[in-house]
Structures are given as C-alpha cells and as structure tokens.
Design a protein. Structure first.
Length: 385
C-alpha cells in the first residue's frame, strides 16, 4: 500500500501546503535578511511562507492513510513550540503536540505530548497521554521475525510524566511517574499469547514511580545541530500498586555534530531493561516512528532492547531538507543473550519541511525499510531524535 500512502502525502502538500510552508531558518543570515527587509523586497515565495506560518500556529494538519486492517484513517495533528513566559528570556522553548486519528473500521488513537520548560530553565516537565483502540502487530516475544505478525486488538490508556529539576548547568534530576491501563485485549484463540498463557493477557492497571537523571547541552531540543543529550530512568511498579510487580530501566544517549553549514550528523543509542512479573505490553519494544523505523513498534519485544542509529540531515533549499539514516537493533531475554549476528537493520530516506522558522522545527515524512520486505511510512513533527 506504499503508493497510496505516498499519494496521500502528495495530496496533503498540494491541498494543505499553504499551512506548512515557513520562512527558512537554517542560517542566521537568511533569517535576518528576511526579517529585516521591507515586505516589498521579499520574494513571492518568502511572503507566502510568512503568511503560512501565522496560519500554521492556529490550524491543525489533516492526516490520511489506509490499511486493509483499519480501512480509511482520518485525523488531525497539531504542533506548537512556544515560550511559557515572555518575561523568561533564558528558558528554552516548550513543546505541545496533539494527534487524533479514527478509522472507518473503528480504530481510534488520540495522544497529547508536552515538554514544558520554565523558571529560567530550572524545571522541565515531560509528559505523554494516550488513548488507543487499534491492532498491535507482534512477530514474537523474542528476536525472531516470522512471515506474518499476529494482529491483536488492544485498548489502553497511558499517562507518563517526568519532572526534572536543574541541579547545575545542563544537569537535571527528577521523578518519573507512570500510569497505564490495558483492557479489552482481543487475541485469537490460536495466538501464542493465548496458547502460551502470556503474562498480561487479561490486562490490568499498573502504577509506577522512580528516579530520573538527564544531561542536556543541545542548542535546540527539537532540531539540534550540536550538543548532547542523555536521559536515564528507573521506574518501579510495586505489587501493591497493580497486579504485576516489575521494574523498568531505560537509557537514551544522543550526540549532534555540524561539520559543514546545512549538514548535521546525529547519533543515538538506547537500551531498556524490564525485570519481574512483566506483562507482555510493558516489555522492552523495538520499532516505531523514531527508532528502528520500518518495524512495527513492539513487533519484537522482550526484557532487553538494544538499538542505535546515525542520521545525516541536509538542508536542500529554502524550507526543504532531506535526511538519510541507518540503524541496528535487537531484543533479548537478558544482556548476556545480545549477539552481534542477531541485530536487525533499519534504513531509509526522509523529507523535511520547515514549519516553525523561529524555533527551527520541521514536519517530517520518513520511509523506513529493513531486509525481507520490512517497511513503514511515518508523518510527524520534529526530528526522530
């Protein structure tokens, strides 16, 4: 169905282009030239972009896709980067992102994610709220890709938040908090979830809290060109707070270079580890729209996830850019089970369209691929990492 998704992207740009085009901000020289020149001296394309930027801050972007399992999928997406206080000139910008989709066959997915920065960069609150009722595709609990993934319908509500306090320049510590409720899990009687009596098949509510630490020297949280970011979390789900006592540990490390103007090299390595009586939907999961693009998120899952990727980002012209990436990842039952010959590969190209010139933020279209016909298509705001 890749041609239908590509057609949807083209129609999105043709019909909604006036709301996406923005004044370029790849160099301070270009930005100063456009903002400092009189209106009459601007090109027609730049004048168009300036008007479109004002509309984009108010109106959401329509989304359309199709799959045989879900039918026609319609939705809206909105993204804003903003300052919480005009008096606070030190804090980096905050982010607010919302997405809602519904399909003709009853699939629903609604989410809100935020990154709030305030009090002169002393406090950062990262949060994610999601409700969905749609299929999850699972090849295996383990690292084996089968010919066709299982399709299990899962309904869930998730709230995850991390509050961080700056303790010294670029260093933060804080508390992560997580509440998830999985219900109405519909698995076929022949599913390995049923035949193997996998933990979590009946769903349940899990509540967890823990500790987090971060280092952040990026020049832009949503489209960095230099600096580094490291976030480590440990979340514990006690038996008295839910039916499954378990713990989850994650580490996300990123580094950014700008060897030449308009060219950025970004690298990321992540790992996660779950331990205890872990329901299958809380296991470490590979894939998605940000890591190992092309693979179903959670198509492969187990106690341990290890993955890494490197991406080249190129400014092409005005508001347009291109990216290309290569990644590798695997899941395993334990770290001793991670093997060099067991990594799966991810690679692909992407298109970038500037949607916020002030904060240098993009709308991204990514095509992800892997060996053996693995493929995925993604539309989102901001960079993958």
């Amino acid at each position: 169905m890749r041609w239908k998704q590509l057609f949807a992207v083209i129609m999105l740009w043709i019909c909604y282009g006036p709301l996406l085009a923005q004044t370029p901000a790849d160099s301070n020289k270009d930005s100063l030239r456009i903002s400092g020149e009189k209106k009459d001296s601007l090109s027609g394309f730049d004048r168009f972009n300036k008007k479109a930027e004002a509309l984009f801050k108010i109106l959401p972007v329509p989304i359309y896709s199709y799959s045989p399992e879900a039918g026609n999928i319609f939705g809206l997406a909105k993204f804003n980067v903003l300052s919480l206080s005009k008096k606070d000139t030190i804090s980096k910008p905050s982010k607010l992102s919302e997405v809602f989709t519904a399909s003709t066959l009853g699939r629903i997915n609604a989410s809100i994610s935020t990154q709030l920065v305030f009090d002169e960069d002393k406090y950062v609150i990262i949060s994610y709220v999601n409700y969905k009722k749609e299929p999850e595709y699972i090849w295996d609990i383990g690292n084996t890709i089968t010919k066709e993934p299982e399709q299990d319908i899962i309904s869930r509500f998730v709230f995850a938040g991390t509050a961080l306090r700056q303790v010294r320049k670029n260093f933060y510590v804080g508390i992560p908090f997580d509440v998830s409720d999985y219900f109405d899990i519909q698995a076929d009687s022949t599913s390995f979830l049923v035949t193997d009596s996998v933990t979590g098949l009946k769903g349940g509510t899990s509540v967890g809290a823990g500790l987090a630490a971060a280092f952040d020297s990026r020049d832009n949280r949503y489209n960095a060109s230099k600096g580094a970011y490291i976030l480590g979390t440990a979340v514990f789900y006690p038996s008295g707070w839910g039916p499954y006592p378990f713990s989850k540990f994650t580490l996300d490390a990123r580094k950014y270079y700008q060897p030449w103007p308009g060219k950025i090299i970004a690298g990321q390595a992540t790992t996660s580890y779950t331990n205890g009586v872990v329901p299958f939907y809380e296991l470490s999961q590979m894939g998605g729209d940000s890591q190992m693009r092309g693979y179903y998120q959670g198509g492969l899952r187990d106690n341990v996830l290890v993955d890494a990727q490197v991406e080249l980002r190129l400014h092409v012209w005005n508001i347009f850019g291109l990216v290309g990436w290569f990644g590798a990842g695997q899941v395993a039952h334990s770290y001793s089970g991670v093997a060099l010959d067991a990594f799966h590969l991810s690679y692909g190209p992407g298109l970038r369209i500037r949607v916020d010139s002030k904060h240098n933020t993009n709308l991204r279209f990514d095509f992800g691929f892997g060996p053996g016909g693995i493929q995925g298509f993604y539309i989102n705001f901001g960079e993958a990492f």
